[in-house]
Ligand binder design. Sequence first.
Ligand code: SF4
Length: 696
Amino acid sequence: RLSRVEKAETTCSYCAVGCRFELYGKDGEVIGVRPADPDSTPANDFSTCVKGKFGYDFVDADDRLESPLVRREDAPDGAVGREAFREATWEEAIERVYEGLSEIREEHGPEALSVVSSSKTTNEENFLNQKFARQVLGTPHVDNCARLCHSSTVAGLKQTVGYGAMTNRINEDVGETDCYLITGSNTTESHPVLATRIKQNVREGAELIVFDPREVGVAEHADQYVRTTPGEDVAWINGMIRYIVENDLHDEEFVEERTKHFDELVEKVEPFTPEKVEELTAVPAEELKRAAETIATADTCIFGWAMGLTQHTTGTRNVLAIANLALVTGNLGKPRAGLSPFRGQNNVQGGGGDMGPAPHNLPGYQNLGDEDVLEKFEDEWGVRPPGDVGLRLPEQFHAIDDGELCGMFIMGENPVLSEPDIDNVEKAMRKIDFLAVQDIFLTETAEYADVILPAASAAEKSGTFTNTERRIQRVRPAVDPPGEAKADRKILEQLARRFGYDWDYDGPAEVMEEINSLVPIYGGVTYERLEANTKGIQWPCFDEDDPGTPYLYEDEFNFDDGKARFVPADYAKPPDMPDEEYPLTLSSGRVLYHWHTGTMTRRVETLMNHVPESFVTVHPEMADQLGIENEEYVRVQSRQGEIVVRANVEDTSDPGLVYIPMHFPQGAINELTQHELDPTSYIPQYKVTSVRITPL
Ligand code: SF4
């Protein structure tokens, strides 16, 4: 282990704002974080948030995985936990993974195997993981955590503007706009540095409109906060479009010159009068008109959203609707305007999207059905990637139950907590013939594995992350991995070699060279350029002379004819509406001090001191009605299951709405959620679950 103090200029491994900072390490421990030189960093030229500053104690946590583990020969069937495993050498562990996956492939074919990838890991590692699935195993079933957070964003934006990504920059556009419509985003807690940027701009005069079922932190700074009904977003967005067009407030020239299918849009939004919207969604007609007028008359507007908009059975339609609103008001293709999905995980744009660990497209969103693309990959890899669309992540657990999927290789993900309807996932994990998990901790998912491979954290390895504004930035090590843990990239290489493939990359820069040759939007993203330019490069960047693209669609949208498409969005109610038996609506999200399934933040004392356990928010009126005291443990039951959590009595929503964060295994919200998917993106319906609450 390094015994002197090491300094690494690197990128935060929590949220996708992608703050840059100096990470200091000594003796395997991260000993300090300091924001990078303001001139060298695009997102956080003033500070980091609490997770960036104090959230790295997990790196030397006592229970880091330091050697490979294999299931003990004498472990009882279905045993979980550390006792079910024994330490193994790397040779034995790799051999076991090879044998486990090979036997299934020989008996049932490659389609009986699946690979799961993770945005926590680098671009290069995600690229190699999907290559492992497609070249080495020959399976089309490869997916990743983006399925659960913004797959509907990608699906909606691809249909309307062409690229499934944020169109603009954090500082120069989001930080400088004249107006915001933020919806379904608890920005203050989920993207704190970005929220600070927005608040600064609002203080300087920008208009902030927040539409959200909960009065989230960012709403405190809003000129207009409007409470919405969860899952009913298409109605109010269509209503705004209708009002803007009816009152000739739309950007006629932009619509005429740069878009198609406007008439279809006008026809679709016709029923959504302000009064009809009020009837459907409880958004007051006058509030709808006021917001529509503010947005349409502002010179520039940013439309910001997160999982409150995306995690619905109508997730793709919600995104289509908001893209239609941005187009109708001409807020694309210019600075200080645009569509801004606030992506969640550090590298979900790059690792979860751009690198193609997805069952429906190849890296760079290239079409599986395109013969030229398949040939290009075949020429490079010597193997033709499967051309069929594979199973999406939530479908994979049902396929295990059905006996179609028998082996799984999971890198860095924790579906036993993150998937909806946990009982079903645990049942699948118990049933599967072979499971290998590669991670930094013995996660709730790894407990079910046959083999666990110990990986390096982001503080211990080299590579790149791509943040929410499409900016590719360097990741560098400040400490060595503990024990025998290795970077995911190195483990994947070792595995591929055992399968007979000549994977021997001389570091992540060489993997990026392969990405350059196969992924046009990363064509000019080289390590040499990233070393020379600390601000990173925003894709698309087609060749080494291309400076990258700060904001998209200045001249044309990403379609052959260069025009954006209005794709009208149909309104529908969520599938699980409250009734007499389950009268409350449950929603989910994050808190400032934790991150996703909490595998990292739950190991950081400073963060745990603030939020040590799960909770359910209950409105004071509802608490009175149910006889619940603040901080009392209560039972929350849905049609799927039940949990016990502490009640936080607070007035942030309608009495009929309750909220549970997603970060904890005890009181896990996904014991309650259902397996209902958006038919286009297959994102689960996390945000509307009917529940009842009773005192214990
Ligand atoms: Fe890290 Fe996001 Fe916080 Fe920045 S805002 S320090 S990227 S968690």
